[in-house]
Each structure stands twice: as structure tokens, then as C-alpha cells.
Design a protein around this ligand. Sequence first.
Ligand code: FMN
Length: 267
Amino acid sequence: MIYYYSGCGNSRFVAKSLSEALGEELRFIPDLIDKGIKEFDCEGGLLGFVFPVYAWNVPTLVRDFIKNACWKGKPEYVWFACTCGDNIGFTDREFRKIMASVSLELNACFTFQMPETYLCFPGFSLDTEENAKLKNDAVKEKISIVADQIRNKQTVLDLIPGKHPWINTHIIGSLFKLTISDSAFHTTDDCIGCGVCERSCPVHNITMEIQKPSSEGGQDGQMKETVVKRPKWNGNCLQCMACYHYCPKNAVQYGRLTAGKGQYYFK
Ligand SMILES: Cc1cc2nc3c(=O)[nH]c(=O)nc-3n(C[C@H](O)[C@H](O)[C@H](O)COP(=O)(O)O)c2cc1C
């Protein structure tokens, strides 16, 4: 079984590819949370987790999901694969602590460097198209190697800790978490009210709300009221950036920090 979370599709691609290569069932963590499913039988099998690195750590949603669940039985082999834009700090150590808290032992960690998705700080930008392609091509090649290692139940520490991993995970990452907020998300006049942002949000934090009814002349000369809907962010955001990247009009923006920075999601 593979449990995964993804905002912009990078981790979804890795999870799906590994699930196909290994013949393992795939389950999307936000769906399980929505359905209130908390008991999992992992006796004797492979138990895998795939997620993006957020602030050199395991995303809170993944951490809480694992800690709040009941993992029944003893799996034969436990692994995780994380995707990151750059490096993961001590994500592996944090994940190992989460596993220990639910009495599971980790056998292998894998890291996939993929295109960057986070843009909400000054100075943060996307990979160039060329670099994004290079990263994704390398990931596609690496999938079968990782699948073999998992199939053979190898002990693997495939990590990209980067420089100063302790400071990044424990100091900068903790400060970063305090800045997570959706209050700066808004739409520009290019928004067409299509609702893609609402549907792309993995935690249903966006609702489409009637903004202002406007009156227009119809073909018959009668005034008709058109309903204009716009997204509203409801304060339970992971800052996964899906609403921003999937918007077909690039109309979702975060304060002034995302203007002109372009969009990316895994295609
Ligand atoms: C909130 C947030 C925090 C991130 N933090 C890191 C990080 O600490 N290190 C890193 O290399 N990439 C970081 N990234 C980039 C993502 O980990 C990377 O682009 C990942 O592949 C996105 O996966 P997804 O498409 O499945 O959501 C961050 C992205 C987001 C949205």
C-alpha cells in the first residue's frame, strides 16, 4: 500500500509510477481524512508514503494523518519517498520520529528533486522550463531503480540534506510554518469564476462565493442579472500552491509576491 499527498502533481506522479511498478495500491491521504478512515492493516506487506517536502520537513497534514491513524500489524518493509525543489534538511529524521510514535520502523528513504512550486517569499522563483524538464526526466529514469530497491526490501538512505540541515528543519522551517496563511490569496480581474482553484485544493479550503450580481442587457433587450463567483480562502491552507498553479488564467495571486512568476504543475 502507498499513502500519498501532493499539491501540484510532482509527488502524485512519483506515487503513481511506484504504485504501477510495484503493483501496490495507492491511497490519497486527503481522501482518507475526508472519509474519516483511520485504521490500516499493514501486516506483512510493503508500507510506503510519498509526499512533498515542506519547509525541510514532513507536511503537517501527512504528519497528523500518520500519528492519528491506527497501524495494525507489522509491515515487512516501510519506506518513504519525498519530492523537493532543492533539498530536504532533516526530513528523514523527522519522518523516523513520526514512525517511532506509531511503533513503526523505517527501512528506506528516497528523494526526488523536482520542479519548485513555492513562490510566496521574495526571491523565490520557479525553475526555468529547461531545468524543470531536466529534473522530471531524471525522476522518470530513477523510478525503476527505486522500485527495484523497494521490491528487494533494501535498506536505503537516499537523501539530499543540503547545507545546514538542522538549522533549516528546526529554525528556519519552524519560523516558516508560522508564516503559513491564506490571507494574501486573491484573484485579479482575469478570474472567470471557473472553480478550478476550488477543485484543486486538496483540503477543500476554497469555496466559490457570489461576489456581486451584475446587470447586463440580454439579446431581447431585457436586463439580465449575471452571477459572478469568486474564490474565498477559508483559513485552513497548506500553501501547497495548487490554486495558484492550476488557475487557467493565472488569476490567483498571493499578495504581490507571485506577480509575473509563472506557473507550473506536473503534466
Ligand atoms: C509550502 C512549500 C514548502 C516547500 N518547502 C521546500 C523545502 O523546504 N525544500 C525544497 O527543496 N522544496 C520545498 N518546496 C518545493 C516542493 O517540495 C516541491 O516542488 C515538490 O515537488 C512539490 O510537490 P507536489 O507537486 O506534489 O506538491 C516547498 C513547496 C511548498 C509549496
